[in-house]
Design a protein around this ligand. Structure first.
Ligand code: SAH
Ligand code: SF4
Ligand code: F3S
Length: 449
């Protein structure tokens, strides 16, 4: 392979995929590829896919249709589809798009380098979708453009089987990594200059339960490592959330005041048919505990919500709005229910799904989002005039005269780049918050940290 070959990795989906793509990118770099964003120029195109809703899967099929023309012009380019849709659709992808060279699922990722190299010696396209027990191979491998923040997988798979969700079928059973191994990985990342780490798992509240351990022990051990500045964890599940974590937020300085606790809904009828295994009262009790704690005023409290689950009526929706008002989320990731073949809800409801309700669901989505924006704006206004430590992520997309930075709780803050001061993504600064919006804040730079 020539040293100047270009590769492009396109990533859809959640933090798992973002993290997996870092591994793929680091492997491509180790093979001598230069990473570029625009796949049109690339000799190797890797698409890391998501299957959680229909939309990302349709996006994949659209991109493949575009790449078809590209491959006709440049037959030597390698087209690789991996991630959750690769697991879901398997060999169908090559049947439908014969120009695809390689398909592999999330658990086959450690094989990526070999599978890619094989493409240069064998002409045959192939599909790989086995599950494996081991997965410690990829945690500290990140690409050269990672500056100061990294994701770290602590557990793979999901045993929760929410009735709408395809993830457990694509990512397999839960397997926790050993606490000591994770601590070693954190040390290695810190040695690479990464001081902000987010531990990830589909349901991190269950970390360690399969190996007689738990998330609290893990957080405490990591907090003892020197030079780590910020530690976050995603995603918590209300049914398994340990209220003692709230005390950790109070006691452990490096723990980011961020809690992503997907509620999914606020109606007991819907929560039951989603198989979430908690009631709205149970969720409200967690909120009460958070509100009664010292961290509440600094907490970035976020959630995921599904609107339009089968049989959601006006009353259920009212209960969902009540939940939003009660919990005062800083942000909600909202989705309209998307039936996924192979899930329990699909089998139960697919024949009954009334498409005429589509408009009603969109209206409910908008109502929910409008109310969420009001609450978020109100909460962001509480930060006005505060001086905060920020971590610079990148140049602002919208305005190259500004930086986009994050608070310790991962709220987005933009500020004008100061003249004559050498700042770059990865630096920490102090800034004063001057303006609040529902989705972000504006600040004025004070000093470098
Ligand atoms: N493990 C994480 C992420 C799962 S996927 C968790 O449990 O929170 C992220 C979000 O996608 C879910 O929280 C849910 O809100 C949404 N989601 C999952 N399946 C969906 C479906 N079939 N239709 C619409 N939204 C869905
Ligand atoms: Fe899906 Fe539920 Fe598992 Fe999250 S906890 S990945 S929503 S099954
Ligand atoms: Fe999507 Fe797979 Fe994540 S389906 S949400 S990329 S686990």
């Amino acid at each position: 392979m020539k040293k100047t070959s270009f590769a492009s990795v396109l990533t859809f989906g959640c933090q798992m995929n973002i993290h997996d793509s870092e591994y793929l990118k680091s492997e491509l770099e180790s093979l001598g590829y230069t990473l570029i964003n625009d796949y049109i120029e690339a000799e190797a195109i890797v698409i890391n896919t998501c299957s959680v809703r229909e939309k990302p899967e349709t996006k994949l099929l659209n991109i493949l249709s575009q790449i078809k023309g590209l491959k006709k012009k440049k037959p030597k380019i390698k087209v690789i589809v991996c991630g959750c849709s690769a697991q879901n659709l398997g060999s169908k992808i090559i049947e439908l798009y014969p120009f695809v060279d390689l398909v592999f699922g999330p658990d086959e990722i450690f094989n990526f380098k070999n599978l890619l190299l094989n493409l240069f010696t064998s002409k045959k396209e192939s599909t790989h979708t086995s599950f494996y027990k081991d997965f410690s191979y990829m945690n500290t491998k990140v690409s050269s453009n990672i500056l100061n923040h990294a994701y770290l997988t602590v557990m793979k798979g999901c045993n929760s089987y929410c009735s709408y969700c395809i993830v457990p079928y694509l990512r397999g059973k839960e397997i926790s990594r050993k606490r000591l191994e994770i601590v070693e990985d954190v040390k290695q990342l810190v040695d690479k200059g990464i001081s902000s780490i987010t531990l990830i798992a589909q349901n991190i509240s269950r970390y360690g339960l399969d190996i007689n351990d738990n998330l609290i022990n893990l957080i405490i051990d990591i907090s003892k490592i020197n030079r780590i500045k910020n530690l976050a964890f995603l995603t918590s599940h209300p049914k398994d959330f340990d209220l003692n974590i709230i005390k950790l937020y109070e006691d452990i300085d490096i723990l980011s005041p961020l809690l992503h606790l997907p509620a999914q809904h606020g109606s007991n009828k819907i929560l039951a048919s989603m198989n979430r295994n908690y009631t709205k009262e149970y969720y409200y009790n967690i909120v009460d505990n958070l509100k009664n704690s010292k961290i509440w005023k600094n907490l970035n409290f976020t959630t995921d919500i599904i609107i339009g689950f089968p049989e959601e009526d006006d009353n259920d929706f009212k209960e969902l709005l009540s939940l939003l008002d009660y919990a005062e989320f800083d942000n909600s990731f909202t989705f309209i229910y998307s039936p996924r073949k192979g899930t329990k809800a699909y089998e139960l409801y697919s024949k009954k799904t009334d498409l005429s309700l589509k408009k009603v669901y969109s209206q409910r989505l908008k109502m929910y989002q409008d109310r969420q924006k009001e609450i978020a704006l109100q909460k962001n206004k509480n930060l006005l005039d505060k001086t905060m430590e920020l971590y610079i992520e990148q140049d602002s997309y919208k305005d190259s005269l500004k930086y986009t930075a994050r608070t310790k709780s991962y709220k987005v803050v933009n500020f004008i780049k100061p003249k004559d001061i050498d700042l770059k993504p990865g630096s920490y600064v102090l800034a004063k918050i001057d303006k609040a919006y529902p989705t972000h804040l504006l600040a004025t730079f004070i000093s470098k940290v």
